[in-house]
Design a protein around this ligand. Structure first.
Ligand code: ADP
Ligand code: MG
Length: 266
């Protein structure tokens, strides 16, 4: 079975994309799935949050892979993490320049797809963490992916900018990646005690219906602390509510995948 490739995207910053990519990837790896996370955000928060700040293979980081004249062997860019079963292709700051440099390259929107395709036989899940914009890097993520996971804050302005994101997904489907589906919308930094969080999550569920994950990620300080230790929350404090919420999200996805698998073979 080829890996499922999931892009984590929302052009808003600070909604929990990177936190979700790291903790969901780590939770699936601990469930003995083979997982690769690819950092395509020039802020490189996934890379540092998983303990690989400033590290790369001799080939370089995702920047060199994306901007090379001919598509290189992507396996040469993969690093192991301290989490067994979790590998990462790291990013660094210079990735900022990639958006401009890629413009003149052939198939500029499909570069990441060509790279990731090489590795789908070796993993069960590939996550792509994207930057807070709808530029060429995020577009590459969406074109490379089977599905998109959209983290959203349970806050008043959560739905602002949603139309733009939805129309980008439609454009990608219409041209570059007809099969792109929504993996799910994930409510993050939820504070169940406030009416506002409740009201906003109701609105998001009305809009996206069954596409919203049952699992809701609470606001939890441990999730904010873990990356400064270079660890996913499950290894930093496995009893924290944040760590448990991401384990529950991983279970929800594994469960859905096994149902789909059973339907395919019945
Ligand atoms: N559920 C949460 N509870 C508390 N802090 C969180 C939570 N999710 C993310 N954070 C923190 O909020 C900030 C933004 O999250 P991040 O995942 O980096 O968002 P994005 O990748 O969308 O910009 C980070 O400092 C992160 O550690
Ligand atoms: Mg991020």
């Amino acid at each position: 079975m080829a890996a499922r490739v999931i892009a984590v995207a929302n052009q808003k910053g600070g909604v929990g994309k990177t936190t979700t990519a790291i903790n969901l990837a780590a939770s699936l790896a601990l469930a003995e799935r083979r997982v690769l996370a690819v950092d395509v955000d020039p802020q490189a928060n996934l890379t540092s949050g998983i303990g690989l700040k400033g590290q790369s293979s001799s080939q370089g980081t995702v920047y060199e892979a994306l901007t090379a004249k001919t598509i290189p062997d992507f396996s040469g860019f993969v690093l192991q993490t301290t989490v067994r079963g979790l590998s990462v292709v790291p990013a660094e700051r210079n990735l900022t320049g990639a958006e401009l440099e890629m413009v003149s390259l052939e198939n500029r929107e499909k570069r990441l797809r060509s790279l990731v395709k090489q590795l789908v036989g070796q993993y069960d899940y590939v996550f792509i963490d994207t930057p807070p914009s709808l530029g060429l890097l995020t577009l590459n993520g969406l074109v490379a992916a089977d599905t998109v996971l959209i983290p959203m804050l349970s806050e008043y302005f959560a739905l602002e900018g949603l139309a733009e994101l939805v129309s980008t997904l439609q454009r990608v489907r219409a041209s570059l990646n007809p099969g792109l589906d929504i993996e799910g919308v994930l409510l993050t930094m939820h504070d169940g005690r406030t009416n506002l969080s409740q009201q906003v999550s109701r609105e998001i569920r009305e809009f996206f219906k069954a596409k919203v994950f049952d699992t809701v990620i609470p606001r939890n300080v441990r999730l904010g602390e873990a990356p400064s230790h270079g660890l996913p929350a499950i290894l930093y404090d496995k009893k924290s509510r944040g760590a448990k919420a991401y384990v529950s999200l991983a279970k929800e996805i594994l469960n859905k995948d096994s149902i789909i698998l059973r339907e395919k073979y019945d």
